[in-house]
Ligand binder design. Structure first.
Ligand SMILES: NC(=O)c1ccc[n+]([C@@H]2O[C@H](COP(=O)([O-])OP(=O)(O)OC[C@H]3O[C@@H](n4cnc5c(N)ncnc54)[C@H](O)[C@@H]3O)[C@@H](O)[C@H]2O)c1
Length: 406
């Protein structure tokens, strides 16, 4: 495939690395974000997210002239939509908030021409690509068969995004097989090791949700085991280690819960669409959402409900060595302790903030010096030295992740 003009819409954790990798493959990429401060930071040469090797790669493609950042949507042949798809909660039911996809589609429609391709990368409930196609047609005045649309969900691991964008297999779904083939050709220009598989749009949409739901259910099982092992008085981490010696068993690790913009969100998109046929998926989600509150109960028993004790949480992000706190179970735990009147502090070495909501963030040294009880939520690199581990174990603690085991 020849070099293409591509506009990437939404320059967050997914859109920015995708724009950089596409530019690195020789395409002329125009990155656009609705947030002015994001564009300003990028135009000043500084990336606004934490991701390994991204700053260097970004600087390089900018210097080569392959990536420009625009504060208005720029016309291209191909549009790649990477906007957020959080959930919204109404009467205890969680449903996908597709307002960002809708607004992005309206933006793209302003510049859409015959023959263009619009790829939706955001994680979405089934039939959202069809909804985006409707909006594009309605707003642009083009007929639906005068432009192409496809869905290519993202499955990268934060921290390894640049590597995984080039090495992971991709699923590309479109109602129109020609749209899927054109999208496949584009992705094959930068997916150097992985394969690109094509299917229809709804299969691709559900495939992404099914992948994350599989992991969420597996972790819910591990979390449930952790709760019943506490009652049984045995070490859940040893139990899982031994169970996984079975050649066909692979139980994931329990933790404080499950966070992030993917695993904690995507299963709800299946429940939303297929409610009564998705009871296992809903139950797993509920177990993982309840876990921080169960941990809170264990902590309170440990400190004998003493409100004079200062509780320090090590790790406020949703996973190790990143700054992303979306749906973080540490925030749920901290919020629950704080609203019950307990003194709670967080330590998040990847964040420059002093507070998150009502929770004060301390440096590792401050937290270790000032707190009476520690909760180990994440295995950040900063916590891994023997000296830090020893200081944690010198006081009472709750180790959610088996970090301090032998
Ligand atoms: N972060 C991950 O690890 C990951 C992994 C796989 C899939 N996903 C999915 O990818 C999608 C994007 O996630 P993210 O983590 O990059 O989100 P993000 O919040 O980091 O970035 C999204 C960006 O889109 C911008 N935006 C919103 N509406 C816009 C519009 N109309 N026009 C232009 N820009 C707009 C926002 O300002 C923001 O900068 C989501 O659907 C998410 O579920 C994320």
């Amino acid at each position: 495939m020849q070099s293409k003009e591509i506009t990437v819409v939404g320059l967050g954790y997914i859109g920015l690395p995708t724009a950089v990798v596409m530019a690195g493959a020789g395409h002329h990429v125009k990155g656009y974000d609705a947030k002015k401060e994001v564009c300003e930071s990028l135009n000043a040469g500084k990336i606004h997210i934490v991701e390994n090797y991204l700053q260097e790669a970004f600087t390089q493609v900018r210097e080569n002239g392959c990536l420009e950042i625009t504060e208005e949507i720029a016309e291209s042949d191909i549009y790649v939509v990477c906007v957020p798809t959080p959930f919204q909660e109404e009467e205890n039911e969680k449903t996908a908030d597709l307002s960002y996809v809708e607004s992005a589609a309206k933006e793209v429609a302003k510049v859409l021409k015959k023959g263009d391709l619009v790829i939706l990368e955001s994680t979405v409930p089934p039939h959202t690509t069809a909804m985006m196609t409707e909006i594009l047609a309605e707003e642009s005045g083009l007929k639906k068969d005068e432009f192409y649309t496809a869905h290519c969900p993202e499955r990268v691991l934060p921290g390894k995004i640049l590597y995984e964008l080039k090495h992971n297999d991709r699923i590309i779904g479109a109602k129109d097989p020609e749209a899927a083939e054109i999208t496949k050709e584009l992705y094959e220009t930068f997916v150097v090791e992985g394969h690109c598989y094509v299917c229809d749009d709804v299969t691709a949409e559900l495939c992404k949700l099914a992948e994350n739901t599989f992991r969420d259910i597996n972790i819910a099982y591990a979390n449930q085991l952790s709760m019943l092992c506490r009652k049984a008085g045995i070490d859940v981490f040893r139990l899982i280690e031994l169970a996984n010696k079975h050649p066909r068993v692979s139980i994931l690790t329990p933790g404080l819960g499950v966070g992030g913009h993917c695993l904690a969100v995507d299963p709800w998109f299946i429940v939303e669409k297929y409610g009564e046929d998705a009871s296992l998926i809903r139950t797993a989600r509920e177990i993982n959402e309840r876990k921080p509150y169960w941990v809170k109960d264990q902590i309170l028993k440990d400190i004998n409900y003493d409100k004079e004790k200062k509780i320090g949480i090590l790790g406020m992000a949703y996973k190790p060595n990143i700054d992303d706190m979306r749906e973080s179970p540490s925030l749920a735990l901290a919020g629950a302790l704080e609203s019950d009147g307990y003194m709670v502090y967080g330590c998040e070495p990847n964040s420059h903030s002093d507070t998150i909501g009502n929770i004060r963030l301390l440096s590792l040294e401050e937290l270790l010096n000032s707190c009476d009880y520690y909760v180990v939520a994440l295995a950040h690199d900063e916590f891994k030295s023997d000296a830090v581990k020893k200081r944690i174990m010198d006081k009472p603690y709750y180790d959610c992740i088996g970090f301090l085991r032998g």
